[in-house]
Design a protein around this ligand. Structure first.
Ligand code: HEC
Ligand code: HEC
Length: 149
């Protein structure tokens, strides 16, 4: 009796393992990566350049989130000397440009001293503020903001 139970349990385990490996194989065939279906040693063609979402401002998902950029930024240069974002977003130019003013937190030095120009630690704006591309996500995502607006 005992031996019969052990035998049955082993049989079930083998069937279970087999079905796991079969379904695993099936999944690998239906999944597609960003690279498409070409094999590893093949060079893939370059993907199209995605259009950017422009127009309406994005809602923030949480209070401290750097707002995402609702316009194109590829023509705006940022390097050690030049920062074209500042030309529209720094006060008082932002008034004429009708652009949101750079947050006051960006004028604090690392030791907390209030500066009259954007702090070096905030100079490279797109380190934190990024535009969004118009793309169909590869994987559906039902994320919703925790704080609404
Ligand atoms: C020619 C002027 C101009 C330049 C240059 C510019 N912006 Fe803007 N930006 C705007 C305007 C106008 C808006 C507001 C758009 C709206 O309200 O629909 C805006 C909106 C934004 C926002 C959204 C803020 C929020 O609270 O939702 C961010 C972030 C931003 N810009 C970042 C940047 C960055 C980073 C750069 C440089 C790479 C840059 N901008 C360059 C005019 C400009
Ligand atoms: C280290 C990350 C970081 C960098 C670099 C940075 N920002 Fe921000 N930015 C934030 C965060 C976080 C917020 C939202 C919280 C706050 O106001 O500090 C913000 C807020 C803003 C806002 C919205 C202000 C408001 O009142 O709604 C604007 C506009 C903005 N940043 C522009 C810029 C520009 C232009 C640059 C480059 C000169 C820049 N930021 C660099 C993180 C960054």
């Amino acid at each position: 009796m005992n031996r019969w139970i052990k035998g049955a349990a082993l049989g079930l385990a083998v069937v279970g393992l087999m079905s796991i490996s079969v379904s695993g194989g099936a999944r690998a065939e239906t999944l597609q990566s960003l690279r498409g279906a070409s094999s590893i040693d093949e060079a893939d063609k370059a993907p199209d350049i995605a259009k950017q979402k422009t127009g309406e401002r994005f809602t923030r998902a949480y209070r401290q989130q750097p707002p995402m950029v609702p316009h194109k930024i590829d023509k705006y240069e940022i390097d050690l000397k030049v920062n074209q974002c500042i030309g529209c977003h720094d006060w008082p130019q932002n008034v004429k440009e009708n652009a949101p003013k750079i947050s006051e937190t960006h004028y604090l030095s690392p030791t907390g001293v209030r500066l009259n120009k954007v702090s070096g630690s905030r100079w490279f704006c797109n380190q934190c503020h990024v535009p969004q591309a118009l793309l169909d996500p590869l994987v559906t995502n039902t994320f919703e903001s925790a704080i609404g607006q």
